[in-house]
Design a protein around this ligand. Structure first.
Ligand SMILES: *Cc1c(COP(=O)(O)O)cnc(C)c1O
Length: 715
């Protein structure tokens, strides 16, 4: 059991501040923790619990006697309490009123099921975009005062920590976390002991406990199977995110789906809506149908399914067929046999068919997405194009319908503004959009006021954010080199990589081959000419992990590593290791241009380019996912004009040519075209257009509002 933190009397409030992740979008609270112990703050990846646990008593005593520090602690604590108890609508005007009405109509909290949550880098229970989206959703639900609980998993090692060896070969490390260093507390039973629940698996029970993480007004319940009462392999179910084999995966999915429903019941949470974020948790439906029949023996299976469906909704996240979990049907059957009581065994075949892609096919696979589509009253993709692609992709489930009539809609993804906006820009928004600018996030007109921000102020903010990114990149590269035992000169040289005045491009994402991370290297001479123009220098920062089983992805990393070592690119192409929310935050806040060039139409939405718009950055992207909706001809650049080719090579050639010529003829010249004060007026006009048109449509306040009015409350 984690001990309460030992804190001097006058600093007790730090405990509350550390154990509510509201700090992760509250810069003033972050400053407080940094001030306690700047080194530890940095080394712990911004982890307040670790800072408080490991700071020397003498330092805490000193701070406890520092009146101005104590006053700050109390002010932060008061602000948190005020946030938690505030009942006023958090969005200005009519939008706020509409929101309040939607919230009133809910009979209970939204229960959101997700295999990953990206809340902050020091809580490593996420891998990438899906998790970051879930985290941003959780935070906006809190800000908007929508009752919300998230069900997830408390991984001992999470995804993996990436480092590269001297040849650019990815090493994946799985450090085990001590949960007492994390901002989670165990859920207890009536006797004050950790609450232990179980679900049936073939020939055994799977036991699990629950950790609670507070995220503002939202709560995450994170399931954990590391208990001595479990078999060895069952304890491993919550060790790694997306690790193991199909047996691991199916058991994890039973845990989050069946175990998640039972956890909510055991804690007395009466959810009004069960939201399945991706198909992973679709067993929620099976457990709820089982319970419905157990409670009311007169219900037919069909009636039970209809009843359950009435309060279940589903968001699908990938247009890539291999991204959907599929199992051999015979593999699933024994799990259903274990789950259902004898008197319901007659239903097993019908329940299995809910997940079958092709009902009349002997060997049809059981697909979690299909199960979700069949057991939810509302289903959506995450951008307009992705909605289209999904309707086509799943049309065979509705053979009588035209693709347009397949019941999958879309709500375009967004980002949580306060998490991803640098304090530099946040201050400008407070000044020009209005104090508490986040309350205007769903108000297009409010963002016309960015035109009132002086060009000089926008430019200074841009330069300051870029300088912060370069400081961070140098620190990280030095660290990477020291871990590889490189020479003292190499470590020293890290201090002068990248030029704070050069045009800076960012590219960071999962290294899945369809993302085409190395596309820009197609013609290395042409690239070198762009980067090495002495009047108009350009540099590129890369980051991203490849799944440890994905060799192709790892080869892409090596290619970038090799290019970065070539003399003409040294110090200008920089690969940052271990892409996580911290690396992501620095990149999206610091770069001038965000590059995104996946093979269309395989990007479900993408969100990292949205983060850039909040920080004075501009997008150069394929017209896919969110950018197809965001791009208006003036607020950034589109690679390839949305043209689609059947041949991969043709698509690549077309897209990379478009990218090079945009950089050569439009983007870089515009950036370096300066007025007498050294300000690139035309560039800043572009930045303003991006802010004016992209901030209010592409944030999670807007997104969660849409989920509330179009899905949660629309029944
Ligand atoms: C925003 C973010 C993502 C989402 O990235 P896309 O490539 O745009 O889908 C993934 N990982 C991290 C760390 C992020 O911050």
């Amino acid at each position: 059991m984690p001990q309460a933190l030992q804190l001097p009397e006058s600093l007790q409030a730090l405990h509350t501040l550390a154990y509510n992740l509201k700090w992760s979008w509250t810069p003033s609270t972050q400053e407080l923790f940094a001030q306690i112990n700047p080194t530890l703050w940095k080394e712990s990846r911004s982890n307040p619990v670790e800072v408080l646990k490991n700071t020397e008593e003498s330092r805490l005593t000193e701070l406890a006697a520092d009146e101005s520090f104590v006053a700050k602690v109390n002010a932060e604590h008061k602000a948190l309490e005020a946030y938690l108890s505030d009942t006023a609508p958090s969005l200005a005007g009519e939008v706020g009123q509409g929101l309040a009405k939607g919230i009133e109509s809910l009979s209970g909290p939204i229960a959101y099921f997700s295999m990953e949550y990206g809340i902050t880098e020091s809580l490593p229970i996420y891998a990438g975009g899906l998790g970051v989206l879930a985290g941003d959703h959780t935070k906006s639900a809190s800000d908007l005062n929508i009752p919300f609980v998230g069900i997830g998993m408390m991984y001992r090692s999470g995804y993996f920590e990436q480092s590269l060896d001297e040849n650019g070969l990815q090493q994946s490390l799985y450090p085990e976390r001590d949960f007492s260093n994390l901002p989670v507390l165990p859920v207890l039973d009536g006797e004050g002991q950790p609450l232990i629940l179980d679900i049936p698996l073939p020939h055994r029970k799977l036991f699990f406990r629950i950790w609670e993480a507070k995220v503002g007004r939202s709560t995450l319940y994170l399931l954990d199977t590391q208990l001595n009462t479990n078999r060895e392999e069952d304890r491993e179910l919550t060790a790694k995110l997306y690790g193991g084999d199909t047996t691991t995966r199916i058991c994890q999915e039973l845990l989050i789906g069946v175990g998640g429903v039972r956890a909510l019941q055991a804690m007395g949470v009466n959810a009004s809506v069960y939201h399945l974020n991706e198909g992973h948790a679709a067993f929620v439906g099976i457990e709820r149908v089982r319970q419905a029949i157990e409670q009311d023996g007169s219900l037919s299976l069909e009636q039970a399914i209809e009843q359950v469906k009435g309060s279940q909704v589903f968001t699908t996240h990938t247009p890539v067929p291999a991204g959907h979990d599929r199992f051999m049907t015979d593999m699933v059957r024994p799990y259903f046999q274990a789950l259902l009581p004898e008197n319901q065994h007659g239903n097993i075949q019908d329940l299995l068919e809910l997940g079958l892609e092709y009902k009349d096919h002997m060997n049809s696979l059981f697909c979690m997405t299909v199960l979700a589509l069949h057991t939810c009253r509302a289903c959506n993709g995450v951008s307009k194009i992705h909605g289209d692609v999904s309707r086509k992709m799943w049309q065979h489930l509705w053979p009588q319908s035209e693709a347009d009539d397949v019941p999958i809609g879309h709500i375009t993804n967004g980002i949580h503004a306060a998490t991803w906006t640098s304090t530099t820009y946040s201050k400008l928004f407070d000044q020009y959009i209005g104090e508490g600018w986040e309350s205007h996030l769903v108000d297009d007109a409010a963002w016309n006021k960015v035109n009132e921000i002086p060009a000089g102020a926008l430019w200074d903010a841009r330069q300051a954010c870029k300088a912060a990114l370069i400081d961070f990149a140098r620190y990280r590269v030095r660290l990477q080199r020291s871990i590889r035992n490189e020479s003292a000169e190499a470590l020293e040289a890290a201090n002068s990589i990248l030029d704070p005045n050069a045009f800076t491009i960012g590219f960071a994402r999962r290294f899945a081959p369809y993302k085409r991370a190395t596309l820009i290297f197609s013609d290395s001479e042409r690239l070198s000419a762009i980067l090495n123009n002495s009047e108009r220098p350009v540099q590129i920062l890369f980051a991203g992990k490849a799944h440890p089983h994905n060799r192709e992805g790892q080869a892409l990393i090596q290619t970038i590593h090799d290019f970065a070592k070539k003399p003409e690119f040294a110090g200008k192409i920089v690969l940052l290791e271990n892409y996580d929310m911290a690396v992501g935050r620095h990149l999206v806040q610091g770069v001038d241009l965000w590059l995104n060039n996946p093979t269309p139409p395989q990007e479900a939405s993408g969100t990292s380019g949205q983060k850039v718009a909040f920080n004075g950055g501009v997008n150069l992207s394929i017209l896919d996912g969110w950018w197809d909706e965001g791009y208006n001809g003036e607020n950034g650049w589109a690679i390839g004009d949305g043209k689609l080719f059947d041949q991969v090579q043709q698509q690549n050639d077309h897209d990379v040519n478009s990218m090079y010529s945009l950089l050569e003829n439009d983007i870089v010249p515009m950036y370096y075209n300066r007025d007498a004060d050294g300000v690139p007026q035309e560039w800043i006009a572009k930045v303003r257009k991006a802010m004016q048109t992209l901030i209010s449509p592409f944030n999670t306040h807007r997104m969660v509002r849409d989920y509330l009015t179009d899905i949660y409350a629309a029944n």
